[in-house]
Design a protein around this ligand. Sequence first.
Ligand code: HEC
Ligand code: HEC
Length: 290
Amino acid sequence: MSSFWSGWIIVLTVATIIGLFWLLFGNRTRPNTEEKTTGHVYDGIEEYDNPLPAWWLYMFVISMVFAIGYLVIFPGLGNFKGVIGWTQVGQWEKENEKLDAKFDVLLKKYAAMPVEELAKDEKARRSGQRLFASYCATCHGSDAGGNTGFPNLRDQDWLYGGSPDRIAETITKGRKGAMPAWKGIMTDQQINDVATWLAATDPAQKTAAGAQTFATYCAACHGADAKGNLMLGAPNLTDNIWLYGGGIGDIKTTLLYGRNGQMPAHENILTPEKIHLLTAYVYGLSTNPQ
Ligand code: HEC
Ligand code: HEC
């Protein structure tokens, strides 16, 4: 705030306070012995000109003294910061520090507990959920239910594995899905065959040509049975869970252009204690009875 406007506010505020004192004391009716009236008459009812009751007057005085004291101690008078240097940000930071210190103690305690046990601890799950909301929900959804390209973390279907170790590794180091693009490598016929073969729910639609193409180009990563490979993050292609969609059009897009889902590494963002707590939270999502 420029010093002109600061001065403007100070003058206005001080003038208002002085004006209020004058209003209160300058116009005060002195206690009198005879009953005077103000001369106002409403429907034959006259108004007495009695002084304010003392307690009422004192309330006014107290609130004005409070206002002056407040403006001396706290910021409020233009740019004047108040004699104790209080700020909103300072107070917020102090409260945050207190919370952080409390959370640190909790995190230390949790760090000593195995993931399986921590995943069942109600209080730890609530703390884990808060961390998840801050660091993970933008991609995986606030309920961890996922979205196209972002895996659901509540089910039993894992790209990289759902053991505590694998989850911790995923969060710490991140993951990069590497599904190659087949445009120009496979013929349109082959892409069509294998996409139809994968999308088919009716076994009668599972052509030998599709199976053949799959065995040639895809089995190395997705497995001979197409059930996936946790080491490569190659998804199971036989279930009803699709990261990028299981319609024939979606599958063709995946095949033509490839897919490269990226889970960012969090080792430079989160402490090992926080990663441990998040691992337990994620582990609990699919293993705790809902
Ligand atoms: C920028 C988006 C993004 C953020 C933020 C993110 N993730 Fe991920 N995560 C992904 C993507 C994309 C994948 C899938 C990677 C792939 O396709 O190979 C993934 C995969 C995972 C997996 C592996 C799932 C499986 O089936 O094996 C876990 C576990 C996971 N994330 C947990 C977390 C946690 C916990 C956080 C918060 C600390 C988090 N993610 C933050 C995008 C994100
Ligand atoms: C080099 C290993 C590799 C090969 C070879 C490979 N894939 Fe993949 N595939 C992956 C990986 C890894 C992913 C997951 C990509 C991601 O997470 O972003 C994937 C994803 C997919 C998906 C998406 C699944 C979903 O849930 O949406 C389909 C469909 C698929 N592959 C089909 C095939 C077919 C058909 C072939 C053979 C033509 C093939 N893949 C060959 C590694 C491979």
